[in-house]
Design a protein around this ligand. Structure first.
Ligand code: BGC
Length: 752
């Protein structure tokens, strides 16, 4: 039973900043000394970030830079221009404070990695870290020293276009990968050439936008906010993230940009964060549009006092903050703290020592190593959703011809996905090119695009596609969404395959040949209307520059798929939000308590349903669950056990299971550990991911996979918003998806 006095309160401390303690002391001294010399106008200047992509930024910004009224620029990627802007700031302003140069480097710079949601499907922090490090080094060649990434909003609604940029629905997976991305961008030494500052965004709750409509209101109870939405931010803070970005969204009546609870209570008081917070694009002034403030002056007041240290692309701070201080409404301490937070970042980045960029001191763009990492990331992110009769991999030796059909087979730009301001589509290797290269002379490849793009309604070219399929031994259909259909402000209400793609599938299917769908998309899609008309589905997300070679290797079995879903795939859009770590409810559904709308007893309709939590037309299960992903080999799990059946608070338990590769190929599997806390001070999810590991197994090999769980790993926020681990009963599962049934139990007992 949950007894509050018996709980272990976990002390929250931000204790792992990358900066060495001695450096921290030195930096604090320098921050203090500089701050003491600054005028109020110069302080407000540091709190202002301006867009440097319009017109001639040198002419446009020089005077303001000389006056010390700009702390940061964004969106300028010409290195000479950036160096000149830095030079003016450093050499021609009174105090010579260098600039933060920001840019959205979200999943690669010129070399593009899979979209973040795809990277999350790799469940591989190492590849995520490597991808971010490559992005940082490439971006740094232009003078960029700060990226607005990682985006770590928990996303449980695939309608939301920005789910593409997220790390999925799960707090644990997103937290581990958030930390890895921060480490990748920032490196071991933030001041090193090629390291750039990261920015965890959007603080907080943005992913819960009502109906997935971007920028819409979010309603998140504080308990859910703390247990679900905040953990990735805490993980990023613990990994030393230099900055956070306030969200555009309204959280329980107070837009995040003016939300003191988030930025003062949680971030500063509880987490002891000493990085800085930037607003989102013009989101300070938008406080008025939200209806929180009357005018820009009040917006500046609300945002600054709530804890937004820097205003992005707006003029509320430069226009009003000084007067607000002078007339006594804003305490100078608020300004000094904000400026100190920003200067601290500049010192940590080593910008005072080295504000300029020499691109030749950094590795070449899109070098062999970068492309290799991009391919590996794409390989590990592709999820094999289904594979009837083991139609995949294609057996090169037995195949004489292959029809390659669809609008996304040869679309170099589209495979890069959303947020690729700087991505170079001329580097993209498309699936068609890679299939041709791999097939060589052995397999004749017949390519028919069939649709101009994924949204096309014209079916004139379908006959040609069907003919190509009829003449070939197998067909691969490249379907999905172009990059424009996901990302910011690109939400969809219907997330099935757009245009006439389902019709194309049916037409091709009618030829009776094996049909393989490779889907490129920025979100989970509802695939219910095609799933029975294709033999196999490889879900490739937007796989980036090297998506083509990765997909070709998977199709021909050079590699076995190993991606696992980082978000649940609904059967129908009406099931959303649907996620594995839901609460049980008082009336949980089961196979015997549900009835389908078509089976309702016409004579006794009131007796037909089992009075549980399900949809008459969709049941309660997803089409593909979180964590799902097949392989070309057979993985079997057995013999789950715990090191002890009882542990005390403060101790650890080891959960292990045997994993066997009983198939005929070497392959990697992502082993997942889930836990359920059976009852608590607040209700607990039916399953929660608590650990995962990618393991490589040779054919016939068996390994024991162990996960050590400390009682702190089972902590959650209770009804008083205290982080606690309670004594009681726990279930633990190990397996290859969230639907694993291989279960054991253990108990936590009170240490008193
Ligand atoms: C987005 C941010 C992004 C910023 C700067 C905003 O519209 O919400 O995620 O970093 O623009 O481009």
């Amino acid at each position: 039973m949950a007894v509050l006095c018996g709980v272990l309160l976990v002390i929250i401390m931000n204790d792992s900043f990358a900066t060495h303690p001695e450096d921290s002391v030195r930096i604090e001294k320098r921050v203090g000394a500089l701050l003491a010399e600054m005028t109020l106008a110069e302080k407000v200047g540091q709190m202002s970030q301006v867009n440097a992509s319009d017109g001639n930024p040198i002419e446009g910004l020089a005077d303001r830079l000389r006056a010390g009224s700009i702390g940061s620029i964004l969106n300028q990627v010409d290195v000479e221009t950036v160096n000149e802007l830095q030079r003016i700031a450093v050499e021609e302003s009174r105090l010579g404070i260098p600039l933060l140069v920001g840019r959205d480097v979200i999943h690669g710079f010129k070399t593009v990695m899979p979209i973040p949601l795809g990277q999350a499907a790799s469940w591989n922090p190492d590849i995520v870290r490597d991808g971010a490090a490559i992005a940082a080094r490439e971006a740094a060649t232009t003078g960029i020293n700060w990226t607005f990434a990682p985006m770590i909003d928990i996303a449980r609604d695939a309608r939301w276009g920005r789910i593409a940029e997220s790390l999925g629905e799960d707090p644990h997976l997103a937290s581990v990968l958030a930390a890895a991305m921060v480490e990748g961008y920032q490196g071991d030494d933030l001041s090193a050439n090629g390291s750039i500052a990261a920015c965890g965004k959007h603080f907080a709750g943005y992913g819960a936008a009502e109906s997935g409509r971007d920028y819409a209101t979010t309603n998140i109870p504080e308990n859910e906010l703390r247990n679900v939405y905040l953990p990735p931010f805490k993980a990023a803070v613990d990994a030393g993230v230099v900055s956070l970005m306030a969200s555009f969204s309204d959280l329980d009546g107070i837009p995040a940009t003016g939300n003191e609870f988030l930025m003062r209570q949680v971030l500063r008081d509880e987490w002891q964060y000493d990085g800085f917070v930037v607003s989102d694009w013009d989101s300070v002034r938008q406080l008025q549009i939200h209806g929180l403030t009357e005018n820009d002056r009040e917006s500046a007041f609300a945002a600054a006092t709530a804890g937004v240290d820097m205003e992005m692309a707006g003029d509320a701070y430069v226009g009003h903050l000084a007067a607000l201080v002078e007339n006594g409404r804003v305490d100078i301490q608020v300004i000094d703290t904000a400026v100190a937070n920003i200067l601290r970042a500049k010192f940590r980045l080593g910008l005072f020592e080295n504000p300029y960029t020499d691109p030749s001191s950094l590795p070449p763009i899109a070098n062999e190593g970068a492309l290799k990492t991009a391919k590996r990331a794409a390989l590990q992110s592709v999820v094999l959703l289904q594979n009837e009769q083991d139609v995949l991999p294609l057996a090169k030796g037995e195949l004489n011809s292959l029809a390659v059909i669809g609008p996304l087979a040869d679309a170099p730009y589209e495979q890069l996905g959303t947020w690729i301001f700087d991505g170079d589509s001329s580097l993209s290797v498309t699936p068609l090119a890679a299939i041709r290269a791999l097939a060589g002379d052995d397999v004749e490849v017949r390519y028919v695009r069939a649709m101009e793009n994924s949204r096309s309604r014209a079916s004139d070219a379908f006959d040609e596609a069907v003919d190509a399929v009829a003449e070939s031994d197998a067909s691969v259909l490249f379907l999905g969404e172009e990059s424009i259909l996901s990302g910011e402000a690109h939400s969809r209400a219907d997330i099935s395959l757009p245009g006439d793609q389902a019709e194309l599938v049916r037409r091709v299917r009618a030829r009776g040949k094996p049909v393989i769908a490779v889907i490129l998309a920025g979100r989970p899609l509802t695939l219910t209307n095609i799933v029975d008309h294709v033999d196999a589905i490889l879900f490739a997300w937007h796989p980036g520059t090297m998506g083509g070679p990765a997909i070709a290797d998977l199709l021909f079995g050079v590699e076995s798929p190993s991606g696992k879903l980082p978000a649940t795939f609904p059967r129908m859009v009406g099931q959303i939000p649907i996620y594995y770590n839901q609460k049980n409810t008082g009336k949980p559904p089961s196979p015997d308590t549900i009835v389908h709308i078509d089976d309702i007893d016409a004579h006794a309709p009131q007796l037909s349903t089992g009075m549980t939590a399900f949809h008459l037309d969709a049941g309660y299960t997803p089409l593909f669950p979180f964590g799902h992903g097949l392989s070309y080999t057979e993985f079997g799990y057995r013999e789950i056990s715990t090191s002890q059946s009882e542990i005390e608070l403060g101790e650890s338990v080891t959960i292990s299971a045997e994993l066997t590769n009983s198939g005929e190929r070497a392959a990697e599997e992502v082993v997942q550990l889930y836990v359920r806390d059976l009852f608590g001070n607040v209700t607990r999810p039916v399953k929660e991911l608590k650990g995962f590991r990618r393991v490589h197994l040779e054919p016939g090999q068996t390994v024991t996979v162990d996960f050590e769980l400390h009682t702190d790993d089972l902590a959650f926020f209770g009804r008083n918003m205290q982080l606690m681990t309670e004594p009681g009963e726990f279930h633990a599962w190990i397996g290859g998806s969230s639907e694993t049934r291989l279960r054991t139990e253990f108990r936590i007992i009170d240490s008193d």
